[in-house]
Design a protein around this ligand. Structure first.
Ligand SMILES: [Zn+2]
Length: 545
């Protein structure tokens, strides 16, 4: 028995088409893996020379391989929990009647008083074409509190039991930064907008703990691997989420490389508490390893265009009073950004509407004077409506963007109504971001929109909506190559990992997926239906169809 040659590959994928996403965006036929990293990329003959009796050789028979996909902004615990609660999306829910029936089903299995939760409804897609109200669910759930979160995450509907437990009545004053929607008689309709209002009820839901989070993260990881996701930025974690991650990692159950972000504001706490948390937080940006890392601080200052809560520069269609919602006062935002910056955390800030973007960039400018941020990869999350000035400021300070093409597909129909046809063309202008030389990475913000990445990737190329097939600004389409880069290398760039992932090149982590079609040459609309056959994380199979 002789020891295997040290250069012998552990794994070789041969006779395929490898989309390498290297500098030249070149294609290869085969790839080999050694010790979890890409060993060689080339022709089948070249790669076969590196194989031996110990090598697992996979004949791809012409199948396509590409780097594992990177979702640069989503919520892992939220996604895992969404997979465990009522799926209120359309489809499967076609009407409020369907939602009612789903709630009734859950109530049958629930213990007395147990909370019935769901997520994903969008009134624009429901047959009744209206928001659900408390009364819709009272009939099927008089004793169990019900809370269903809208697809955007910025609105909930609660039934009467839930409102009662949350102490929300006719007499409840409007909380700062949120809205209790009331009818003409002043009675709450059950709709609560934004954190400060939603939390009146949500804070009454029994607390989840580390064990629950572990289950949710695991559920999400399995789901992600099955659609080709090998890396994510998880935006808005608490310390308990981070402990759950570490335990899963210890157990060998973390199968998605995760960059965690600390949630700056947790619950309806005073600003001093948030700043204190940042000042005392024991991790700085970059701490961790290739599997689990701390990226920085996540702050959120407005909502979304679909729920008319994104803070716009010009008012929403058909309502001259409505500019959206600013959820954090400007001076508090500055305190958070400064605290993160001084502590050594990069900041990623949710700013959907143009006015919110202006506010965030302004906060970056101010903090930049205290301690420079260039080269530290601060970034904007969503960033729908950039101006020429925004582009310039982003270039000057090295600010990047995490955008979600999937929003245009799943939520675009509501955008079209809320901001009209002209402004719709310039929502999430990916072409412009890239042409302006600003790093832009893609994702889904799951569970805000579904996590399967090829729909989102395709949307950045096609820019069409799900229901009405409306074009959302054809000038802003990107090419297939750019769309793939936004979902791989650009994501890696956001987390300072472009040297270890995002492309299939020697020395990089062997995170790869085998897919059922050639996304470079198939008919454009087929890209969104791409299925993943195998997902490798560090050369190990984490999913197989
Ligand atoms: Zn988000």
């Amino acid at each position: 028995m002789s020891a295997p040659k040290p250069c012998m590959a552990d794994l070789a994928l041969i006779n395929g088409k490898v989309i390498t996403v290297d500098e030249k965006f070149s294609f290869a036929e085969a790839v080999s893996v050694k010790d979890g990293r890409i060993q060689a990329v080339g022709t089948t003959d070249e790669v076969m020379k590196l194989t031996g009796p110990e090598t697992k050789i996979v004949d791809l028979k012409g199948m396509t391989v590409m780097p594992g996909l990177y979702d640069s902004h989503l919520h892992v615990v939220g996604t895992g929990s969404a997979l465990q609660i009522i799926n209120c999306r359309t489809p499967p829910m076609m009407s409020i009647e369907d939602l009612k029936n789903a709630v009734a089903e859950k109530v049958k299995e629930a213990k007395p008083g147990e909370w019935i939760l769901g997520r994903g409804w969008d009134q624009a897609k429901l047959a009744e074409q209206r928001n659900p109200s408390r009364y819709d669910f009272d009939e099927v759930s008089p004793d169990n509190p019900v809370v269903l979160t809208r697809t955007c995450g910025h609105l909930i509907v609660a039934n009467s039991k839930a409102l009662e437990i949350g102490g929300v009545s006719k007499d409840t004053p409007q909380p700062l930064g949120g809205v209790i929607v009331k009818d003409e008689n002043g009675e709450p309709t059950g709709m609560l907008e934004e954190g400060p209002a939603m939390n009146l009820v949500r804070n009454q839901i029994p607390q989840e703990g580390v064990e629950d989070y572990m289950g949710q993260i695991k559920t999400a990881c399995e789901a992600f691997n099955a659609v080709g996701i090998t890396s994510v930025i998880d935006a808005g974690n608490t310390s308990d989420h981070m402990v759950a991650y570490q335990r899963l990692k210890e157990n060998g159950e973390l199968t998605v490389r995760t960059n965690m972000m600390l949630a700056a504001i947790q619950k309806s706490e005073p600003i001093e508490d948030s700043v204190k948390r940042i000042n005392e937080f024991p991790m700085l940006s970059g701490y961790g390893d290739e599997l689990l890392k701390f990226q920085g601080l996540k702050i959120l200052i407005d909502g979304g265009v679909g729920g008319r809560t994104a803070l716009l520069r010009e008012h929403y269609e058909n309502d001259p009073e409505d500019y959206g919602v600013l959820t954090v006062p400007v001076e508090n935002l500055q305190k958070l950004v400064d605290a993160g910056n001084m502590r050594g955390m990069l900041c990623g800030i949710h700013c959907a509407g143009g006015a919110a973007m202006d506010i965030v960039i302004d906060a970056f400018k101010k903090t930049n004077k205290v301690k420079p941020i260039k080269g530290r990869r601060f970034y904007l999350i969503h960033a729908y409506q950039p101006t020429e000035q925004n582009f310039k400021d982003c270039r000057d300070m090295g600010i990047m963007v995490a955008s979600q093409p999937s929003f245009l597909y799943y939520l675009g129909d509501s955008y079209y109504g809320n901001v009209g046809p002209e402004r719709s063309k310039w929502l999430k202008p990916h072409r412009a971001w890239l042409d302006e030389g600003i790093m832009c990475a893609a994702g889904t913000d799951s569970p805000v929109t579904p996590y399967p990445p090829f729909v989102s990737l395709w949307t950045s190329i096609a820019r069409r909506t799900e229901i009405n097939d409306t074009q959302m600004g054809t000038e802003q389409k990107v090419t297939r190559k750019e769309a793939i880069k936004m979902y791989t290398l650009n994501g890696a760039y956001l987390t300072f990992e472009e040297d270890i992932k995002g492309s299939i090149e020697p020395g990089k982590l062997a995170d790869m997926i085998v897919i059922d079609r050639d996304v470079m040459t198939c008919p454009e609309d087929d890209i969104k239906d791409t299925k993943v056959l195998t997902t490798y994380l560090g050369g190990k199979v984490v999913f197989e169809a």
